[in-house]
Every structure is written in structure tokens, then in C-alpha cells.
Design a binder for this molecule. Structure first.
Ligand code: XLS
Ligand code: NI
Ligand code: NI
Length: 434
């Protein structure tokens, strides 16, 4: 036991009328919604990088947090960090967490040493998983922070960097497998370009496709049963990233024969950066059969950066969960808080309250979405809008040809009558639930 969170109680459900500062008002993990416990719907996870590895720096200033695991350059402090992390998971009673290799072990610059420390610390974390019952939602490799990755990982012009990336992903996939991880994520922060003037885009895309095929082959070789997830983001840190958004990722997966093997991890802030809404990205992935998991956070709508704030907008979150529920809910995926406290939030309590509040926001959003889905009103209106397609004639038309259809339009003098899309009525309906 560390004393990092001393005096902070374990968070439990206190209900919406309580005046306790530390307690869930809406997240009652055992509450059954649409036949499933809230904990099993939401599958919350905490991100090691934002809560424990990030030191509070921004482009204008350095570290603001002072933690007992600083400096993060030894196995001794890596262990302290793991002790505190698992204490926080228990205080918040979250079922899952996620990590990058660089979050959990010191960086030495040498692959053999990184491998050794990764194996050592993940053994330690696995022991803690067993002791606490907290599970791994996903592991991933950080292929973007160290200077070796500055021109990309699998898309790097230097084959030695490709090799280093392959070895690193193998080590992280092995560790994720060992820890019973339910997914493995690849986010390509440097898989893109700064300028087209020095970039062979076709070659880079081919290498990225080959790399992802190797990851999938290796997953099968070791019998990893989890899902491989790619995480779209249009830019930041690169000027342009190849995994731009859900639709772009699907095109990429299809071109390289991976659309049945790989799914998507979608993030609210990344959707906003791509000029989409979060629900658009979830609905796109679901329509294309590649919906996997979500990184929950909130972007600032004015700044144009990936600000990774904790969610606090219930109607926005509800729209996202409505699409998650319409997609059938999570299978191996979950709700990972890819979110960080602000750099002035230096108290340990801030970490707890940020997650606690966000879990409540998500629970409210999911419950509103579930109630609307259960009422059936929105889905009945949607079905009604497409009812014309249920007729045999309409179905036959889809198997017909342009010239046959044209002849039919002439013969029957088909003259379509426009009908209202009823948007405002549906928005009013939506507002009755959130
Ligand atoms: C960064 C990404 C990153 C991934 C994991 O913007 O969201 O945190 O989720 O590498
Ligand atoms: Ni992000
Ligand atoms: Ni993310």
C-alpha cells in the first residue's frame, strides 16, 4: 500500500440525491439496463498514460505534477507507479485499464533492455491483476514519443526503424496476451507525413499494410484471442495521418485484406478533429462492420487541439452510446478514458474526481440512450421512413438494371412525392430522454 490516495474513500453508488463529494450519482454498476448490468455495458477502463505517465507539461511549460514515482527512469519508480495505479483502479472500482509500453517501463533506447523491463513490469502488473480482479482492456506500443519514431514507425523511410517497430509491437502483443488483454490497439500518431515534398505516400501505405498483416499473422501464431484495433485520428502529431477517420481506415483495411481481422477504436476528440461527430464515427464503423471500442474524452470545440478532457456533456455522450447500443453494444471493446486532468489539477483527489464524474456522465448518457431505444419510438420512425423498401417491387428493383428500371418508370409513370424528414420532431423526441 502506498499513501498516495490517503483519506480518499472507495467510491460507491450514493444516488442522485446525496450531497457526498465522493460517490457515484448515476453509475450503479449492478443496475440492469436492457437486460445487462451497467458495468458490463460500459466496460470502463483507465488509461495509464494520462493518469500516471503524463507529468503535466504543455507546449509552453514543463512538469506541473510531483508524484512519488518521479523521475520515471527506473524500475523502482515504475513499480511505485503500478502500485498507485492499481490502488486507483480499486478506489474507482473500474473493471479494466490500458497501457503503452513507454508508460509502464523506463526507456533505455536499447531494445533488449526495453524488452527485459517490459517483461518484468508486466509480470508485476499481472500479479496485481490477479490480486485485484482488474483486467486489461488493451495494451499498445508507443511508436511516437521517442525520437527514433519522428519520421514514422512502419512508414519510416529507414528499414531499421520498421524493424524496431516490428520487434516492439511483438513484445507488446506478447505482454498483452500474457496478461489476458481483450484487445490490442495500434494508433499511428507518426504514420503520416509532415510534408509531401519528402514523402513517397504509396510506399509508406504499402509498408503500413504489410506491417498490419504481420501483426495479424502473429496474433494467430500465438493464439491471441483478443481483437486487433486501429485508432483513427486525422492529424496531431503528424500534419496528416493515414488513419484519418473511420471511413479512411476501412478503405485501408479492405485494400490490404484486413477488414475481417481488424476493427476500430474510436475516440471522441479524434472525431472532432476530423470534422465529424463522435456518433458519426461510431455509426460509420458499425455500418462497415468494424466497430470495436471507444476512447472516451472531450475536445475543446474552439482550440482545434486534441485536448483530451474528461467528458461532461451528457446529451453528447448519449448520442454516442445510442450508436454503440444500435451496433449491439461492446463485445471485447469498452469505454477507455483517454482523458487527462488539467495541468493545474495537481491533487491526487483530482484524478479520482475526474474519473468518478466521467463515469457518472457516461452512465447517464447510456441510460438515456437505452431508454430511448427501449421505447422503440426513434427506431419505429426510422423504420417507417424506409418502409417503401419492404415491398417486393422495391426489392426486385435492387437486383434489376438501369435500363429495366428506366423502362418501368416510363411504363408506370412513376412520380415520387417528397415526404418530411421529420428532423425537429425526432429532436424533440430525443430531448424527452436526455
Ligand atoms: C492519441 C491517442 C492515443 C491512443 C493510444 O491521441 O488517442 O492515446 O489512444 O496510443
Ligand atoms: Ni487521442
Ligand atoms: Ni486514444
Amino acid at each position: 500500500m502506498t499513501n498516495f490516495f490517503k483519506d480518499i474513500p472507495a467510491i460507491s453508488y450514493v444516488g442522485p440525491d446525496s450531497d457526498k463529494e465522493f460517490g457515484f450519482r448515476h453509475y450503479n454498476k449492478d443496475e440492469v439496463v436492457l437486460g445487462k448490468r451497467l458495468e458490463d455495458h460500459l466496460r470502463f477502463a483507465i488509461a495509464w498514460w494520462h493518469s500516471f505517465a503524463w507529468e503535466g507539461g504543455d507546449p509552453f511549460g514543463g512538469q506541473t505534477f510531483e508524484r512519488p514515482w518521479h523521475p520515471q527512469d527506473s524500475m523502482k519508480t515504475a513499480r511505485i507507479k503500478a502500485d498507485v495505479a492499481f490502488e486507483m483502479f480499486r478506489i474507482l472500482d473500474v473493471p479494466f485499464y490500458c497501457w503503452h509500453d513507454a508508460d509502464v517501463r523506463p526507456e533505455t533506447g536499447n531494445f533488449a533492455d526495453n524488452l527485459k523491463t517490459l517483461n518484468e513490469i508486466t509480470d508485476y502488473m499481472l500479479e496485481k491483476q490477479v490480486q485485484t480482479g482488474v483486467k486489461l482492456l488493451w495494451g499498445t506500443a508507443n511508436l511516437f514519443s521517442h525520437r527514433r519514431w519522428m519520421a514514422g514507425a512502419s512508414t519510416n523511410p529507414d528499414p531499421e526503424v520498421f524493424a524496431f517497430a516490428a520487434a516492439t509491437v511483438k513484445s507488446c502483443l506478447d505482454a498483452t496476451h500474457k496478461m489476458g488483454g481483450e484487445n490490442y490497439v495500434l494508433w499511428g500518431g507518426r504514420e503520416g507525413y509532415e510534408t509531401l515534398l519528402n514523402t513517397d505516400m504509396k510506399q509508406e501505405l504499402d509498408h503500413m499494410g504489410r506491417f498490419l498483416n504481420m501483426v495479424v499473422d502473429y496474433k494467430h501464431k500465438i493464439g491471441f484471442k483478443g481483437t486487433i484495433l486501429v485508432e483513427p485520428k486525422p492529424q496531431e502529431p503528424s500534419k496528416h495521418q493515414y488513419d484519418y477517420d473511420a471511413a479512411t481506415c476501412f478503405g485501408f483495411l479492405q485494400k490490404y485484406g484486413l477488414e475481417k481481422e481488424v476493427k476500430l477504436n474510436l475516440e471522441q476528440g479524434h472525431a472532432i478533429l476530423a470534422g465529424h461527430s463522435f456518433e458519426h464515427e461510431i455509426a460509420t464503423a458499425a455500418a462497415l462492420g468494424v466497430f470495436g471500442s471507444i476512447d472516451m474524452n472531450r475536445n475543446d470545440y474552439q482550440s482545434g487541439w486534441d485536448t483530451d478532457q474528461f467528458p461532461n456533456n451528457v446529451p453528447e455522450v448519449a448520442l454516442a452510446y445510442y450508436e454503440v447500443l444500435r451496433a449491439g453494444g461492446f463485445t471485447t471493446g469498452g469505454t477507455n478514458f483517454d482523458a487527462k486532468i488539467r495541468r493545474q489539477s495537481i491533487d491526487p483527489a483530482d484524478l479520482i474526481l475526474a474519473h468518478m464524474g466521467a463515469m457518472d456522465v457516461c452512465a447517464r448518457g447510456l441510460k438515456a440512450a437505452a431508454a430511448l431505444l427501449e421505447s422503440g419510438e426513434m427506431e419505429a420512425a426510422r423504420k417507417e421512413r424506409y418502409a417503401g423498401w419492404d415491398t417486393p417491387a422495391a426489392k426486385t428493383m435492387l437486383g434489376s438494371s438501369l435500363d429495366a428500371i428506366a423502362a418501368d418508370v416510363l411504363a408506370k409513370n412513376i412520380r415520387p412525392e417528397p415526404r418530411s424528414g421529420r428532423q425537429e420532431r425526432l429532436e424533440n423526441l430525443w430531448n424527452r430522454f436526455v
